[in-house]
Design a protein around this ligand. Sequence first.
Ligand code: DX5
Ligand code: ZN
Length: 218
Amino acid sequence: MPLIAPSLLSADFGHLADEIEMLNRSQADWIHLDIMDGQFVPNISFGLPVVKAVKKLTSKPLDVHLMIVHPEKYISSFAEAGADILTVHYEAVTHLHRTIDQIKSEGMKAGVVLNPHTPVSLLEDIIKELDLVLLMSVNPGFGGQKFIEQTYRKIAKLRDLALNNNHNLLIEVDGGVTLENAPKLFAEGADVLVAGNTVFVATDPIKMIESLKKPVKG
Ligand code: DX5
Ligand code: ZN
């Protein structure tokens, strides 16, 4: 089943409770929260207090994407704040196996994020341990960027790697997802699509979320 995770980065922060209420009424499966530290990526977003506040307003799983250096230092803090899924960048972690272990031991689902230039093959020796892999289809840091077409090839490679090693692996794609590319991304093997601008700029975000889940454009 295709899953959609709207990214709060594009939400109206002056009316965050209303935005969450809208997502609660929608077919959104997860809520994606982008944590940026101004070091790993050239932008600063929001942190633990916002995750905590969102947790109180929804029962949908919180999919927390850490774009920070030394994410291993904050694993228990994000678990306490209410993260259900925690993803860390391959490019930001030295002892990835240990970090994934720590995330799981805090009771969260664990995922690794790959920047557009990072090959899927680097996950060969860790893939069995992962609940999900998040493929960046833009360079992380900002919403509303253009989708990088190479992502389709990466999904196919990751699907192959998962078929041989981890049948339960979820493949998530993040960045530049639109009504136009969503059907192809699902067809290539993506399980979860993150959508920021496409959802929150839409005149009817609830309808947009529903449309993104349809196998054909509509
Ligand atoms: C980018 C973030 C994304 C972002 C996606 O660094 O990881 O989650 O919110 O935004 P759109 O869907 O607008 O490209
Ligand atoms: Zn993200």
